[in-house]
Design a protein around this ligand. Sequence first.
Ligand code: HEM
Ligand code: HEM
Length: 186
Amino acid sequence: MTTNRLPPTRYTPLAKLFHWLLALGIVGVFCVGLYMDGLPFSPQKLKLINWHKWAGMTILMLSVLRLVWRLTHRPPDLPAKVLSTMPAWQRVAHHGAHGLMYLLFLAVPLIGWAYSSAAGFPIVLFGMLPLPDLLSVNKELAEAIKPLHKLSAYALAALVVVHVAAVIKHQFIDRDGLLTRMLPQR
Ligand code: HEM
Ligand code: HEM
């Protein structure tokens, strides 16, 4: 039997849903992280830290699902029009930045979870579901891990800035329609 299936030219609805849901969630959790860090110790700060941890753990779970789905489904190839004008280094940067973002989607919350466990603050998801500790309590280790959470979150933020700048360049300078691959289809 012959099949007429062509390689995909756009992201599927589920890939788009994952992209926009997690883009919103990650930017939100990052902003809450920055805001709560500057607050003096107070019940409000503790409440925000809990919300940050619950949202961060939800992002971790969704990112695992997204990664499994991504590894089992072929993404659209870059359009020939884009490839023809893209220098080799940009192609490497394009795929490299996506790969690094996926890595950090897992690393940032996992490091946050490890920090919380080592600091002696176990996670009770949404105040109802206790999660296992990743590490046993060790205040010295917690102090060593804390800056790694910040550093990895800042690295992710920097990649996102580069990513959005690249999308803007494709949309308004190259005008190659790359953005439409990630937008809802009418
Ligand atoms: C994608 C997910 C996440 C992002 C983007 C993120 C980002 C951030 C940022 C930007 C800060 C402020 C860092 C600073 O300026 O010092 C922060 C702090 C913090 N994060 Fe996250 N985070 C995420 C997930 C998590 C998770 C899953 C946990 C724990 C389960 C967690 C626990 C914490 C804690 C406890 C702090 C406060 C540290 C303190 O000031 O005592 N984060 N996070
Ligand atoms: C205004 C904001 C954003 C726009 C316009 C945008 C647009 C896009 C577009 C057009 C693509 C597809 C590129 C291609 O066709 O190869 C893409 C892919 C991607 N974006 Fe964004 N994006 C935005 C924000 C974000 C944010 C905040 C994150 C991460 C937190 C993110 C993570 C990703 C990832 C990981 C991919 C690769 C998807 C894959 O191949 O599986 N994006 N984005």
